[in-house]
Ligand binder design. Structure first.
Ligand SMILES: Cc1cc2nc3c(=O)[nH]c(=O)nc-3n(C[C@H](O)[C@H](O)[C@H](O)COP(=O)(O)O)c2cc1C
Length: 169
């Protein structure tokens, strides 16, 4: 069992561009009975409504989307490089078709409130949704982003979520 200790969001030492965009993360939502996880590399961290928040963007066709929609909380788990293959797997297969826990060997853990994350993570952010909104074509101000990203009209849903707990090893 990993020995996590709680830190404040302000104590997160790593650069968010590297952490999210470079290292990637797993977004995991659900409960002890039923949850799903998927890889993300788009998003951000910052301050909104005077709270420490993460910004995440989930396309509606993801199986994980059902879970982020149905639950108030989710986690973002960050890993060392040795888990790259596991994250690539979770970002290329759907939980509708495969058992990601079984296939990757990652070990699910749960917060006191039953929010899922992974034992192998080096940093876990427990997030509480504050705001959720579908991105839409009308609000795009630079059309150059549309065609490389939205040929399927599958605009992401943006979640702004409070970091209610940060755990590190
Ligand atoms: C490096 C990487 C980053 C990704 N980032 C995102 C993202 O930010 N948002 C998103 O909706 N999908 C993203 N994906 C795609 C999902 O992880 C992928 O479709 C996954 O298989 C969905 O799994 P699910 O159907 O079990 O939810 C990313 C995939 C990879 C490999």
């Amino acid at each position: 069992m990993a020995d996590f200790r709680e830190i404040t969001p302000q104590e997160i030492a790593e650069n968010p561009f590297k952490l999210i965009g470079g290292d990637w993360a797993l977004v995991t939502a659900g409960d002890r009975e039923r949850f799903n996880t998927m890889t993300i590399s788009w998003g951000g961290m910052g301050i909104m409504w005077n709270k420490p928040v993460v910004f995440s963007f989930i396309r509606p066709q993801r199986y994980t989307f059902e879970f982020t929609e149905q639950n108030d909380h989710f986690t973002m788990s960050f890993f060392d490089e040795e888990y790259r293959k596991a994250l690539a797997f979770c970002g290329s297969k759907s939980g509708r078709d495969v058992d990601k826990v079984k296939e990757t060997g990652l070990t699910p853990a749960f917060t006191e409130d039953g929010v899922p994350y992974f034992e192998e993570a080096k940093l876990v952010l427990v997030c509480k949704k504050l705001y959720a909104q579908d991105l839409n074509a009308q609000s795009i101000t630079d059309q150059a982003v549309v065609s490389p990203n939205y040929n399927g009209n599958d605009y992401h849903k943006m979640y702004v979520s409070e970091i209610v707990k940060a755990l590190t090893v």
